[in-house]
Design a binder for this molecule. Structure first.
Ligand SMILES: Cc1ncc(COP(=O)(O)O)c(C=O)c1O
Length: 492
């Protein structure tokens, strides 16, 4: 559960600071329904604000429902695209929510909001004297640094040195401090080690560890879950025949996004939740080790916030397919091939730039899921595009240098092998026993290494009303704290 006990003295200081800096904090209900819930005054002021501006007003853009423009946008329905069957090779409708239209170009700004704001509005975090530490494989610390800046908090970003240049370049402009740990996205243990060192040596730091913060879970349960349901309902209302919500597939980093599946399964009880990982070192599928190139997704541990008991399937994606499709979707020869040979229209091809590497992997998970469950044209599978190709331009350059210019022949081969050739291999449906086996892996990371109580681990399995189900209900209480905070700054 998220600790919501209030420290009145620190809370008073946080309110004073927010008043001085002009910070108004949005509620969960505003992030879920910005068009209906955000005041006309705020909307009017957003008309003059850029999507990435370091302006506290942009806290109101921590939502899937931003108008997809760089400046001055307001709100509409969730931003999503549907993947044409000509591309996916399956009849099922694959719906992808687009993270590009969040400030920072990635939805992780929401996960970091979910972690920081409850501590700020309870006074557990002191915005005047403490620094917020954001351990991450990249985007979470970008989101955390961004939110920190908007909330007038100093940020320390921790990320592996091997992450893309784009991430480091932008972070330098926002975070007070950047710490690069050894390795790449596979080296989560190195990040945990750094966190432990900071916890022991820096008294001014509060760690926001996305892998264990239930605020991450709650944000996705409430905001991403509802946005996917809205996308599905808008498709259903426009479709002549039956529409069935078949499930969600998400590759997992912190497993925060997976929480959306918990809401969707409650709303559509026959739907399923699949977790994706990299074939090169899949943890759930085969306790693998090594490294992979799907930036943002982790491995070799099970995040604390992953509701494994509610996860129906694990799917491993070969990172060679994701990298091949990154080129197919973004190189000129690839785009021309998709229009002239695969029959996509220009807009459909343009939309493919909304996919970062993990987004492509999510699409591949959906294809495998659809093939395994033999889904038809009335079935909808949903996923998210966490970030877009904008974060990986340097990777495209590297691939060009490494493999040469991309040709029509490469496009044909990649389309056949990495898309149409996807099959229902490298996946497993998780039985009760298999889920329990995966859940038990949390013991090593979280109880043995990170010092959590074994009773908490057991709560996640045997007494979910004290863990995931309990957290799901905390949004109302947090919203009341946020409303009270805003009222006391006098800014609203
Ligand atoms: C690009 C990218 N994809 C996927 C993920 C995984 O999302 P989650 O941490 O919610 O599992 C992340 C997480 O940081 C990410 O940055």
């Amino acid at each position: 559960m998220i600790d919501l006990s209030v420290n009145k003295t620190v809370l008073e200081k946080n309110i004073t600071k927010a008043r001085e800096k002009g910070v108004i904090i949005p509620t969960f209900s505003q992030m879920k329904d910005p068009e209906g819930q955000i005041s006309d005054d705020i909307k009017g002021r957003l008309r003059n604000t850029g999507l990435w501006d370091l302006d506290p007003l942009n806290l109101f853009r921590v939502t899937w429902k931003n108008e997809p423009v760089e400046r001055g946008g307001l709100f509409g329905g969730p931003n999503f695209i549907e993947i044409p069957p000509a591309l996916s090779g399956v009849k099922a409708r694959i719906v992808c929510l687009a993270g590009k239209y969040f400030p920072t170009g990635c939805h992780k700004v929401g996960a970091s909001f979910g972690c920081l704001v409850p501590r700020l509005v309870t006074g557990q975090f002191d915005a005047s004297s403490q620094k917020a530490v954001w351990p991450s494989t990249g985007n979470f610390c970008r989101g955390g640094a961004f939110n920190s800046k908007l909330l007038a908090v100093d940020a320390i970003a921790i990320l592996p040195e091997g992450m893309s240049r784009e991430r480091f370049d932008w972070l330098k402009t926002v975070a007070a401090e950047i710490i690069a740990t050894a390795g790449t996205e596979s080296n989560v243990k190195e990040i945990f080690d750094k966190v432990r060192e900071i916890r022991q040596t820096r008294k001014d730091a509060m760690i926001f560890n996305q892998f264990e913060e239930m605020g991450n879970y709650l944000w996705h349960y409430q905001v991403t879950g509802n946005a996917i349901a809205d996308a599905f309902e808008s498709i259903r209302s426009r479709s002549p025949g039956e529409s069935n919500f078949a499930g969600v597939c998400f590759t997992s980093g912190s497993a925060g996004t997976m929480a959306a599946g918990d809401l969707l399964k409650q709303r559509y009880p026959c739907s399923k939740i699949a977790v994706g990982e990299a074939l090169q070192c899949s943890t759930i599928l085969d306790n693998g080790y090594g490294s992979h190139r799907i930036e943002g997704i982790g491995d070799k541990h099970i995040p604390w916030v992953h509701n494994v008991k509610n996860t129906d399937m694990a799917i491993a994606i070969d990172d060679n397919d994701s990298m091949a499709l990154l080129r197919l979707f973004n190189e000129d020869a690839g785009k021309e091939f998709l229009i002239h040979e695969a029959g996509l229209d220009a807009d459909q091809v343009k939309n493919l730039a909304l996919m970062g590497i993990s987004g492509i992997s999510n699409l591949l998970c959906c294809i495998k899921f659809a093939k395994y469950y033999e889904l038809g044209s009335g079935d909808v599978v949903a996923t998210v595009l966490t970030d877009s190709v904008d974060m990986y331009r340097s990777r495209l350059e590297e691939l060009r240098e490494e493999r040469g210019a991309y040709r029509t022949l490469d496009a044909a081969a990649d389309f056949a092998a990495s898309l149409l050739g996807e099959s229902a291999d490298n996946l497993t449906e998780l039985t009760y026993t298999a889920r329990k086996r995966v859940h038990n892996l949390k013991y090593y990371t979280w109880v043995e290494q990170q010092g959590r109580a074994v009773e908490e681990l057991d709560d996640q399995w045997y007494r979910q009303e004290k863990s995931f189900l309990g957290v799901q209900k905390q949004a109302g209480e947090i919203d009341a704290l946020i409303n009270d905070f805003n009222a006391r700054t006098g800014l609203q």
